[in-house]
Design a protein around this ligand. Structure first.
Ligand SMILES: Cc1ncc(COP(=O)(O)O)c(C=O)c1O
Length: 309
């Protein structure tokens, strides 16, 4: 990044192609199956604009939702399908809800905020069953943190020409949230349609950092290891207080703490620890994201104080 700063008087140039080539080579995809975005949010936003014009969007009721809320502001109808009792995404109910009025199905795998992963084979069957009926957008922001990233990803279906779009990001395992780099991999027609709905040009410093980070396998392994270590620390904090967190394969943990999550969030914030409050009516669930390990030690202490009253 320091090296590229003097060049930022100019538009980025070749680095865009270089970065896209990395994704093409890694996943054996063609150029027209890949696009870059300023964070995966830009890809999600563009997909909402592109497909929302054509009909309803279906999503799980509890999921990452910034782009869904954005779509609703554009006048798009978003149909939210309740999670199963075990907090998993209800693929059967989603499949049943698909009819001619639906333009897109959005799934987040692993899901945010539950952290839970959809089994790769189940998701493959779901995608195959809906092939030809509706495009599927799969948000794989946390894929690299899952137990089996290749099995969990649907990129093999993209390679086979399926009517799906995957979004990925440099904001999570790569630790580059402030640099705004994401990318998408999908059917050429979907990629072209989504690209038509992005006007902004990418941030060259971010692209440079992304290119070199993507090749830095030691760093990726280090980052993954630290997140997994942090996850175990947070799980241990919850369990020490008799709380069984949901099985997370992401960089956060979601758990039913049996207390009002907004009030708990405020009480933690008053002690300078920031966690999340209520999502979508799950009033007693809190979400805790991995900070640095030293910060999680503070979280552990403060959680004990606040939870113990
Ligand atoms: C599931 C999911 N998708 C997408 C995003 C957006 O990330 P970015 O735009 O930084 O790639 C987030 C951020 O928290 C997320 O949790």
């Amino acid at each position: 990044m320091a090296k590229i700063l003097p060049m930022t008087a100019y538009y980025p140039g070749e680095i865009e192609n270089d970065l896209i080539s990395l994704f093409m080579n890694r996943h054996s995809l063609d150029r027209d199956q890949v696009f870059l975005a300023s964070g995966s949010n830009e890809g999600l936003q563009a997909a909402m604009m592109a497909f929302g014009k054509r009909g309803k969007v279906i999503s799980p009721a509890l999921t990452y939702s910034d782009h869904l809320i954005f779509a609703e502001k554009l006048g798009v109808e978003v149909q939210r399908i309740t999670l199963r009792e075990d907090m998993a995404i209800d693929l059967e109910a989603i499949a049943r809800a698909v009819d001619n009025s639906v333009s897109l199905v959005y799934l987040c795998n692993p899901n945010n905020p539950t952290g839970m992963v959809i089994d790769g084979d189940e998701l493959r069957s779901f995608c195959r069953a809906l092939e030809g009926r509706v495009p599927i957008l799969i948000d794989e922001a946390y894929n690299e943190l899952t137990d089996k990233p290749d099995f969990t990803s649907m990129v093999d279906l993209v390679r086979g020409g399926a009517n799906i779009l995957i979004t990925r990001t440099f904001s999570k395992i790569f630790g580059m949230a402030g640099l705004r780099v994401g990318y998408g991999m999908g059917h050429p027609d979907i990629v072209s349609l989504v690209k038509d709905h992005v006007m902004a040009w990418p941030n060259g410093v971010g692209l440079y950092a992304a290119y070199h980070s993507y090749l830095d396998e030691d760093f990726i392994a280090f980052s993954r290891e630290k997140v997994l270590q942090g996850r175990e620390m947070v799980n241990a904090t919850f369990r020490r207080h008799g709380i069984e967190p949901l099985p997370s394969q992401t960089s956060f943990v979601y758990a039913d703490i049996g207390k009002n999550a907004d009030e708990f969030e405020s009480a933690m914030a008053a002690r300078k620890v920031q966690i999340r409050g209520i999502y979508e009516g799950y009033d007693t669930y809190s979400r805790v994201s991995m900070g640095r390990l030293e910060e999680l030690e503070i979280f552990d202490r403060v959680f004990s104080e606040v939870f113990g009253g």
